[in-house]
Design a protein around this ligand. Structure first.
Ligand code: ASP
Length: 438
């Protein structure tokens, strides 16, 4: 049995939390490979090391020096070394890192140093070998993860090692230049290591006990999700449930490795299991979770006999492509087609240009734009098994007095997406939650 354990920033915020991590690891000898984030916040209002490092980079850009922000980084790491009684030459490591940051002048290199330093400290504390992510996580020259190469390099580097510490969040391209994932990317690094060593379980240790059925800022004390499938997770995390980086499932999915979300501060709690379909067991729930996001625009195009006009959708899609705009959903009727687009992408006159070009490309009878739309994803494999789910869903929304602006149900029947005005977002989530969970 092999487990790969990734610890997030709050689990590694200081010496005390790092001791907890060490206890968690020693409680189970199958927890062999450890992937670490950079130290996170110790208390509300504290600053994450990664944010300080982005500030260092701005300072290097301005005056060539990592400056005040790096002083704070050094203080944090000195504090950790003191608390844990680390005896290696911490000062030399910090000084060398500062020099490299000033010499490299690269944002991604600088941002990666939080994980690098934490990896070095954790390896020293646990007395395990340190395996640098720049030697095992490979990016292509375009900055995309080369997963095949990364799995092979990681497997080779960890082969024969009973345990190791690997820093998360970064890797390097063929020339050795450091690249980072998007924020929260240590989750992806953990998944790469789990896949490469053929782990039985990828444990992702964080500061919450897994996924909740909906946002606790909207509904008081929502139900805990004990287990869900990769597919359900993908839908929920894409739509804003952000316990885990939304790309972390890709490395482990094909190898059927389950992910378990655990709470470093309450290790006795069960957490949430994310399972491949081969291990997923339907437990009678209709809805697994509800997630959502605000601020979408719907571009609605209507034209009689659109259904028989060949190439109609393609002509609209090429307009979007020309402006590098991606769409989230594309609900359609016989004579209508709509594109749901994140409003961020339509700023600065892009929306006006797109609508003009669509008019020229397909000569619609009507083209309208609805903005400030919120999308709510109601997710669960159970929905396809239970007759009347959508009736209950829309009835609950109607009883809350909310007008539905858009509906999209994927043919997978894994989710139903409902569009409502931004101002009705919270009310709708509450109504749906009440219907399916109380
Ligand atoms: N330290 C990075 C961040 O703050 C990556 C991570 O923690 O996963 O986003």
């Amino acid at each position: 049995m092999i487990k790969v354990c990734k610890f997030g920033g709050t689990s590694l915020a200081d010496g005390t939390t790092m001791r907890r991590v060490a206890e968690i690891l020693s409680a189970d000898p199958t927890r062999r490979y450890v992937v670490v984030s950079a130290p996170g916040k110790r208390y509300g209002g504290d600053v994450k090391i990664t944010d300080l490092l982005y500030e260092c980079h701005r300072s290097v850009e301005k005056c060539g020096k990592a400056g005040e922000a790096f002083e704070k980084v050094k203080e944090r790491f000195r504090g950790i070394a003191f608390e844990l009684g680390l005896t290696f030459d911490v000062e030399a490591l910090l000084a060398r890192t500062e020099e490299e940051i000033e010499h490299e002048r690269s944002e991604e290199f600088t941002a990666s140093r939080g994980e690098y330093l934490m990896g070095r400290f954790m390896a020293a504390f646990l007395e395990l070998p340190f395996v640098d992510a720049c030697d095992i996580v490979r990016f292509s020259s375009g900055g995309k993860l080369d997963d095949g190469k990364s799995f092979a390099l990681t497997a080779a580097a960890l082969k024969g090692k009973k345990g190791a510490v690997v820093p998360g969040f970064y890797g390097a391209d063929r020339t050795g230049r450091i690249h980072t994932f998007t924020r929260g990317g240590s989750d992806v690094s953990g998944a790469i290591v789990a896949r490469a060593v053929g782990a039985d379980l990828y444990e992702n240790w964080t500061d919450v006990s897994g996924f909740l059925a909906c946002d606790p800022r909207i509904v008081d004390d929502p139900a805990h999700i004990r287990s869900l499938s990769y597919k359900e997770l993908r839908e929920l995390s894409y739509m804003g449930a952000n316990v885990l980086h939304s790309e972390s499932i890709f490395p482990v999915r094909e190898a059927d490795i389950p992910i378990r979300i655990k709470n470093t501060f309450r290790p006795e709690e069960a957490g949430t299991d994310i399972l491949p379909m081969s291990r997923y067991r339907y437990d009678g729930r209709i809805v697994t979770g509800i997630a959502g996001k605000k601020n979408f625009a719907v571009v609605y195009v209507e034209k009689s006999l659109m259904n028989s006009e060949i190439g109609f959708a393609r002509r609209i899609l090429s307009v979007l492509e020309r402006y590098h705009v991606s769409f989230e959903h594309m609900p359609s009727g016989i004579d209508t087609i709509s594109f749901v687009i994140d409003e961020e992408q339509l700023k600065g006159g892009t929306l006006e240009k797109i609508t003009e070009d669509i008019k020229a490309a397909v000569r619609p009878d009507q083209l309208r734009v609805f903005d400030d739309i919120a999308l709510i994803a109601v997710v669960g494999h159970g929905m396809s098994r239970n007759v009347g789910t959508s009736a209950r869903l829309f009835d609950a929304i109607a009883r809350a007095g909310v007008n539905v602006r858009m509906i999209d149900q994927g043919s997978s029947e894994l989710n139903i997406i409902v569009g409502v005005d931004n101002e009705n977002y919270e009310r709708t989530v509450r109504a749906v939650y009440e219907e399916f969970f109380r």
